[in-house]
Design a binder for this molecule. Structure first.
Ligand SMILES: Nc1ncnc2c1ncn2[C@@H]1O[C@H](COP(=O)(O)OP(=O)(O)O)[C@@H](O)[C@H]1O
Ligand SMILES: [Mg+2]
Length: 377
């Protein structure tokens, strides 16, 4: 932007005018201003450009027709120098068409010389409008910056959560997994070294409980860090679907290619987490009888749709401040260069679609998949 964003005090006016008399008239008119004011007159395009370089002006007043150039040439100088100074055409009659095209070109205002009494008002208005425009531009830029910071923060948070989950999964694997393996070893030793039926029945009960604990740890590990993703996204989603069906008894159909090659790990993880959250929501809220999951990588675009035939949700419910699940999906999708669409009809279900163009692989390296703690026991 420019060094001219702030209007200097006192009011400092650059007057492009080749008539002494007209300059005097303007000066006289402006001398009635209550605020202090300076007016600097130039006649040629060169001295105009030079004045812009040398000083900070609050406003430019320009005659239309000058010796060998017009106010539009002067305006072009202002634009080229990236100066943000209100530019008012102060001229004899130039015709409405010329005035309109001048204002279309970005000139702030036009005042015929015959209306000189309005000059003070026109200047004040032009300065105020410019101030508002600049303030709005600043606010927009600040908003954009703050949105960027927020998105970066959300991305960082998600990556931290994934790392934290992976490290908990690793601890379960190494610590609990190790202990369970040792218990299994000892139980089978006892089993081999006793004939006592009461002991054997306790061993058998303990082995059953042990199996339960092993499965629970595997399930918890898998939820914390989907090692199943190493077999590819379709297999991982199928694993989610099977668990979902077992838990909820809701009929779930998944359509997907057998395998999707060269899918960045970050995209796989985001798709997996979105499906996981969508299925959790369906289990909690949808009251549905059917779920359909569609995964496709046709035409270099990954799409994942999770649809239910449940009760749907109102828009108000979706944007309520506590909808962190849905917002999390949106942020995660954004972080890998994709987006989320939600369509829902009250009483007729809800569909969540993740779309990720796969032609921007550099985005995909942002969120890295943590190390894999492999299965145990
Ligand atoms: N499949 C669905 N069917 C009906 N309502 C849903 C569904 N998914 C989400 N919702 C509604 O949208 C809201 C926001 O979901 P979400 O952001 O995941 O937040 P949370 O699950 O923590 O309530 C839920 O509270 C629920 O009312
Ligand atoms: Mg949720």
């Amino acid at each position: 932007m420019t060094n001219n964003d702030e209007s200097p005090a006192p009011l400092c006016i650059l007057h492009l005018e080749d008539s002494d008399q007209d300059h005097l008239l303007v000066k006289r008119e402006l001398s009635r201003l209550s605020d202090p004011m300076e007016i600097h007159r130039v006649e040629t395009l060169e001295s105009f450009a030079q004045a812009l370089d040398e000083r900070l002006f609050s406003v430019i007043l320009a005659d239309y027709k000058l010796a060998g150039f017009t106010a539009l040439d002067a305006w072009q100088v202002v634009v080229n120098k990236k100066k943000r100074i209100p530019f008012i055409l102060l001229s004899g009659a130039i015709g409405e068409a010329a005035a309109v095209s001048a204002i279309k070109a970005g000139i702030s205002d036009y005042l015929p010389k015959a209306d000189l009494s309005k000059l003070r008002h026109v200047i004040q208005r032009a300065i105020e409008v410019q101030r508002v425009i600049i303030a709005k531009e600043r606010a927009d830029a600040e908003l954009l910056e703050s949105e960027k910071r927020l998105a970066g923060f959300a991305e960082h948070l998600q990556a931290t959560i994934e790392q934290e989950r992976a490290s908990i999964a690793r601890e379960i694997h190494d610590d609990i997994g190790g202990s369970l393996a040792a218990i299994r070893f000892d139980l089978s030793w006892i089993e081999r070294h006793t004939e006592d039926s009461a002991t054997l029945s306790h061993v058998s009960a303990a082995t059953e409980m042990l199996q339960h604990a092993v499965e629970a740890s595997q399930r918890i590990m898998m939820n914390l860090r989907p090692a199943v993703l190493d077999q590819g996204l379709p297999a991982a989603l199928q694993w989610l679907v099977n668990n979902f069906m077992k838990r909820t008894r809701i009929e779930t159909i998944m359509r997907s290619p057998q395998q999707i090659d060269h899918l960045p790990k970050a995209v796989q993880l985001v798709a997996y987490r979105i499906a996981q959250e969508a299925l959790t929501n369906i289990g909690k809220y949808a009251h549905c009888s059917k779920v359909k999951i569609d995964l496709s990588d046709a035409e270099g675009v990954l799409t994942l749709e999770i649809a239910d035939n449940g009760q749907g949700v109102s828009d108000a419910e979706l944007v309520k401040p506590a909808s962190f699940g849905i917002r999390g999906m949106t942020e995660r999708a954004k972080a890998i260069g994709g987006w989320i669409d939600i369509s829902t009809i009250l009483g007729a279900g809800m569909a969540i679609t993740l779309t990720v163009p796969l032609s921007t692989p550099e985005k995909a390296t942002k969120e890295t998949l943590p190390d894999d703690p492999s299965h145990f026991v």
